[in-house]
Design a binder for this molecule. Sequence first.
Ligand SMILES: N[C@@H](CCC(=O)N[C@@H](CS)C(=O)NCC(=O)O)C(=O)O
Length: 208
Amino acid sequence: MSVPKLTYFDFDGGRGEAARLAFVIGAVPFIDDRVSFAAWKDRKPQTPFGALPVLEFEGRTVAQSNGINRYVGKLVGLYPADPWQAALCDEAMDVVEDVGGKISATFDLPSAEKKAQREALASGPITFVLTRLQDRLEAHGGSYFADDRLTVADLKVFLWIRHLRSGSLDYISSDLVDRVAPRLVEHCDRVRSLPEVKAYYAARQTGG
Ligand SMILES: N[C@@H](CCC(=O)N[C@@H](CS)C(=O)NCC(=O)O)C(=O)O
């Protein structure tokens, strides 16, 4: 049987990491194709839309991270079968994608402009999405975003919250989530503590 190949950049985050974690948690073997930034220029034209992640399976190729998350979630049992629960799962993934895109757009800005835009994002859309995501989590029981169990939505939110709290985003205070959405910190810790997630990052020696 063919093994799925997930291609993404060589770091433990970003748009490809939720699908990597889903494969790991579901104990489904996959080829973890990690592209260095140096190699990207040559690889880019071979991708459907000039961007990563890309998933290849049984001779076919598909792009777009949340679509890949859904597909992998179905393969490994981390995506709801119920249509309403699936829509809730998609809701959380898409809102993270929307606000994450706003942050990504600041990466290459000159320092003063980056500071202005990130401070405005932190006090505006980021805080808004954090508080609303927390509300949604609480409305669905407080532990998971959909289906009363772990889904790919939890993985995507976990990775975003981990990134926001990492201190690696200049001008976005690393304690923002703790201040405005503490239930999302608990959720982040819950996902980070899953035995498969702990073992995965311990083996990668990145600590997650
Ligand atoms: N909407 C796409 C966005 C993909 C995207 O922008 N990927 C970034 C990495 S997270 C990328 O490939 N950047 C390199 C480039 O555009 O050359 C998705 O969700 O997969």
